[in-house]
Design a protein around this ligand. Structure first.
Ligand SMILES: [Zn+2]
Length: 480
């Protein structure tokens, strides 16, 4: 028989501020409040389910009423701490407003407020899912909330902050709890597996964290479920099966195919995921976060805290980031975000994903306006089209300028060429330019450059190709 089992979410519920994962901004403020003795009358914790609102409320209640606090942390051992943890402290009342939302349900609170706490400093009321309270119940509470006795503190928690009345929010110190970052969940799961003697692949833990979407409680429940299902050895395959997720490497390969413009590989992968019964909407969401990570990595570097990735993921991201210009990644990200949005309305999920990803791959392999602008600026920087100095390659200079100007302009000596910036200004032409008052013999209507001529400009292409950190596809070969 199995030994007696305590559910992991319960066993590893954080007991002190120190243990809380991923909510540093809230923890810091609460600790400071306790440390400085400036505790507000009411607190409001807002955030999605399973990220620790109730846990945070209990830790805060313990810290406020602990008899032997260690600094600002509750000791966890005194009578008050233990009673609060067990949910039977006389001075801490918890109300679940999801099932107790009427005036009669809050009456006992209003009545008990007038009595001092029995054995603690504060009388604390924790009201969970407070957005469910009826208006009548709120109105009954409001007076107490406005002028509570000095020993009374309220802690409200809710998943839906926008449903809480403004009059209530304005009387509370409000905290928005975040979804917990994937790699934070992974490290917590790793720690727990070590403690529990579970041999789990890192990618298995990553899959659990991905499936939990920022909720630590869900992650721990899933781990629990997998352990009872698979025993002490957990592979990525096991974890992926539970959530219908695509493996990390398959996801990264698909992203790589998009960046390389490999339509065949894209279609093949989508076909494979679809026939394996993977959750295609989740796939879209995960691709989006992959490309979001790429954008972050290119903008802020591999050590950025905004990266939502494990070390292994960061390695792959860094490789992929080297091969493509940031402006393209940004546009790919945008394209995939649009796809994810449309997925909500379409019936043929697979077709939309295929078409969108192929479009994304086209974007990833086509030079953007930003890249062209940079290339043109660089040409300017090299003195092309400018009368000044360093005329190392006069022949190229003339040729490039010819290409960038409109065709009918007569070839002129390189020393009198206008600079590019002059050309782009709507000012009167420089006196050395042929003036319209002396038109040459009738020419065909001024023809603007077609794409081909720009793309065939050797110098422009050379610059595009050796742009910093960007391996730019030669657009000439793409066109043919
Ligand atoms: Zn204590």
């Amino acid at each position: 028989m199995e030994n007696k089992h305590i559910a992991l979410p319960l066993k590893y519920r954080p007991m002190t501020f120190e243990d809380v994962v991923g909510q540093e901004h809230v923890v810091k403020t609460l600790r400071n409040a306790i440390g400085s003795g400036r505790v507000a009358n009411a607190y409001l914790f807002i955030g999605p389910r399973g990220i620790g609102k109730t846990t945070m409320s209990r830790i805060f209640a313990k810290a406020l009423n602990c008899i032997n606090p260690k600094g600002v942390e509750p000791c966890g051992e005194c009578d008050n701490c233990r009673e609060i943890a067990a949910g039977n402290s006389l001075d801490v009342t918890e109300l679940d407003a999801a099932s107790h939302n009427k005036v009669e349900d809050v009456k006992p609170i209003i009545e008990s407020v007038q009595f001092k706490p029995t054995s603690s400093k504060y009388k604390i009321f924790i009201i969970d899912e407070c957005h469910m309270l009826s208006n009548a119940a709120w109105n009954a509470l409001l007076k107490t909330l406005e002028e509570p006795p000095e020993y009374v503190r309220f802690i409200f928690a809710t998943t839906e902050g926008d449903k809480v009345l403004a009059t209530i929010i304005s009387r509370c110190q409000r905290f928005d709890l975040r979804r917990i970052l994937t790699h934070d969940i992974v490290s917590r799961l790793k720690y727990i597996c070590e403690k529990e003697g579970i041999d789990a692949e890192e990618d298995a833990l990553l899959a659990i964290a991905r499936g939990a979407e920022g909720g630590m409680r869900d992650a721990l429940s899933s781990l629990d479920q997998l352990i009872s299902f698979k025993g002490n050895k957990i592979t990525e395959e096991d974890a992926l099966g539970v959530f219908g997720l695509v493996s990390r490497s398959a996801l990264e390969e698909l992203a790589g195919a998009i960046l390389k413009g490999d339509a065949a590989k894209i279609l093949e992968s989508v076909e494979m995921f679809d026939s394996a019964g993977k959750n295609m909407r989740r796939l879209a969401g995960e691709l989006l976060s992959h490309f979001r990570n790429l954008v972050v990595l290119q903008a802020l570097g591999a050590n950025s805290k905004s990266l939502e990735a494990t070390e292994d993921q960061i390695k792959v991201l860094s490789e992929q980031a080297k091969g493509v210009d940031p402006s393209r990644v940004f546009q790919v990200c945008d394209q995939i975000a649009q796809m994810e949005d449309k997925l909500r309305y379409v019936l043929s999920v697979r077709t939309l994903i295929e078409m969108s990803l192929i479009k994304a791959s086209k974007i990833a392999t086509t030079a953007t306006i930003e890249e062209l602008m940079r290339a043109v600026k660089k040409m300017k920087g090299q003195g092309i089209g400018q009368g000044q100095g360093q005329g190392e390659k006069p022949a190229v200079k003339i040729e490039a300028s010819k290409n960038l100007q409109e065709r009918p302009i007569k070839p002129v000596a390189s020393h009198s060429l206008p600079s590019l910036s002059e050309l782009s200004k709507p000012k009167a032409p420089a006196p050395s330019l042929p003036t319209p008052s002396t038109p040459p013999p009738p020419q065909p209507v001024a023809k603007t450059l077609d794409n081909r001529e720009i793309l065939d400009d050797k110098l422009l292409n050379d610059i595009l190709m050796d742009g910093p950190g960007a391996q730019v596809t030669d657009i000439r070969t793409k066109r043919r």
